[in-house]
Structures are given as structure tokens and as C-alpha cells.
Design a protein around this ligand. Structure first.
Ligand code: COA
Length: 253
């Protein structure tokens, strides 16, 4: 299974498991994640969701092969279903990030309640480099959180940054020494959240998110529309093919 699920002590762990492709997300994986998040809403045994890729790699983002071969992205595409399910998730979500967290691997963190990273995690949003555009609210949240210049460097140049840097900037709650420690700490914090009074927790999450909620929902929708358009562009198709071509050459060398 490319997404493993495990419920213990009120914490539902969703673990990406596609190590040969650095946990790149396929349409099937988005669907599984979205269904699991939706099902968690109605399951009183689930108090908290822990999202992780294990101690080596969070995710290399959307599967680039899927981008090339998957056809046009429609409103009901699995990736948009996943984005909506996480955005509207009624239970707190904790992320444990080690290794690469690229593309949606970084932007999804903006919608988690608590984020723990390994100091040497590799975060990057190379949308423009791939001929695409920012997604999942990143064009709204990042300038507010980091200031326009830093957001420009991350989104226009696709500059990569470490887990340590993410914690300094406030994109993560803390940077831990390595992958196993990150997982252990995130799990401990998830268990702490699971012990909080559930109704007070749910209400407080709503209050904390209320201010920019509808503006953010509208931006996510607009970014999604433009992203889907960009995906069909010659710029994007050339960039995606170039990445996959480079991989083939590397393998045959
Ligand atoms: N989609 C599909 N396959 C991917 C992938 C992706 N997003 N990211 C990595 N892979 C595959 C590689 O093609 C390679 O497969 P192969 O061994 O069959 O050739 C395998 O995963 C390992 O990747 P590799 O690049 O060798 O790992 P690395 O540790 O050197 O680098 C990354 C890891 C994540 C930094 C690098 O793979 C990368 O930049 N991937 C693309 C990320 C991306 O652009 N995502 C989309 C953003 S919108």
C-alpha cells in the first residue's frame, strides 16, 4: 500500500510509502489520503491525524509522470479532493517531515496544525521552474508569513530551504536532529493533542483559522484553475519532460 494507515491511542497515522519514487504522490494516493481524511471526520475514535512519509523522505510532490500523462486537472481530480479534505479537516493534523518535501510536500504543511521537521529536511516549491504557478494558498500565505521578498525567492526562483530554516521562519514548530527523532516528537505531540478536550480543541481551531478562511479558499480555487491551465502549456510540458529525461540519462550512465 502506498499510503499506510494505523489508528492507535486516538492518533490516525497516514504514512506515505512509495520509497522507490521518493513518495511521489499519484492520483490513487491522493484519493486514499482524501478518503481517509473524510472518514476521520465521522470516526469518534480518531482524535488527531499524523501525516508522515517516514524517517527518510516526506514526499517529492506530485508524481511528474502523472502530471504528463494524467490529462487535464478537473475540479473533481483527486489532488483537489485531497486539498479540500485537508483544508476542511475537522480534526487536528500534525505533520512529521524528514528528507525531501517538494511542491505540495511543502504547501500542504501550510494547512497542518503542527509541523515538525528534521533539521536537514529539504523543502522546495519549484512551481515556476516547472512552468507552473503557486498552489494550495501558498501565494497568499507565504508573503504574509515571510514577507514579499522571501516569498518571491521561494516561489519565483524555487529556492530550496532546510528544515532548520523552516523552523526559524515559523513554517514549522521545531526542527529535530534527525528523521527518527522528528517522527517520535511529532507522535508525542499528536498524543498530547489527542488528550485535549475534543470540543474545545475543535472550536479553538475554527477561531484560529477564521480570519483568512474564505479569502484562502477562494485563492486555492483560483490557483488550482491557473495551475491546471499551466499544466497544459508548452512551458510546463517541456520542463516536466526535461526532468524525466534527465532521470533516464542518469540511470543509463
Ligand atoms: N515524480 C515522479 N518520480 C519522482 C519524483 C516525482 N515528483 N521525484 C522523484 N522521482 C523518482 C525519480 O525519477 C527517481 O526514479 P528512478 O530511480 O526510477 O529514476 C526516484 O524517484 C529517485 O529520485 P532521485 O531524484 O534520484 O532522488 P534524490 O534523492 O536525488 O532527489 C528529490 C530527491 C525529491 C529532490 C528529486 O527527486 C526531485 O527534485 N524530484 C522532483 C520534485 C518535483 O519537482 N516535484 C513536483 C513539484 S510540483
Amino acid at each position: 500500500m502506498a499510503v499506510e494507515q494505523h489508528l492507535e491511542q486516538g492518533v490516525l497515522t497516514l504514512q506515505l510509502h512509495r520509497p522507490d519514487k521518493k513518495n511521489a504522490l499519484t492520483r490513487a494516493m491522493y484519493s486514499t489520503l482524501a478518503s481517509a481524511l473524510d472518514a476521520a471526520q465521522d470516526n469518534p475514535e480518531v482524535r488527531v491525524i499524523l501525516l508522515t512519509g517516514g524517517s527518510q523522505c516526506f514526499t517529492s510532490g506530485n508524481d511528474l509522470q502523472d502530471f504528463l500523462q494524467g490529462g487535464a486537472l478537473a475540479e473533481d481530480s483527486p489532488v483537489f479532493h485531497f486539498m479540500r479534505a485537508l483544508f476542511d479537516c475537522g480534526k487536528p493534523v500534525v505533520a512529521a517531515v524528514a528528507g525531501p518535501a517538494v511542491g505540495i510536500g511543502t504547501t500542504l504543511l501550510l494547512h497542518c496544525d503542527l509541523v515538525y521537521v528534521s533539521a536537514d529536511a529539504y523543502l522546495q516549491m519549484p512551481f515556476v521552474t516547472l512552468g507552473l504557478c503557486p498552489e494550495y494558498g501558498s501565494s497568499l500565505i507565504l508573503p504574509r508569513l515571510l514577507g514579499m521578498q522571501r516569498a518571491n525567492a521561494l516561489l519565483l526562483l524555487g529556492e530550496a530551504f532546510s528544515g532548520e530554516q523552516a523552523a526559524v521562519w515559523g513554517l514549522a514548530n521545531a526542527a529535530l536532529a534527525d528523521g527518527p527523532q522528528t517522527l517520535a516528537h511529532a507522535r508525542q505531540q499528536a498524543l498530547r493533542l489527542a488528550e485535549q478536550p475534543a470540543q474545545a480543541l475543535a472550536l479553538s481551531r475554527q477561531l484560529l483559522r477564521a480570519e483568512q478562511r474564505e479569502a484562502l479558499r477562494a485563492r486555492i480555487h483560483e490557483e488550482g484553475r491557473l495551475f491546471a491551465e499551466r499544466l497544459q502549456s508548452a512551458e510546463a510540458r517541456t520542463a516536466l519532460l526535461a526532468f524525466l529525461q534527465r532521470r533516464k540519462q542518469a540511470v543509463s550512465c
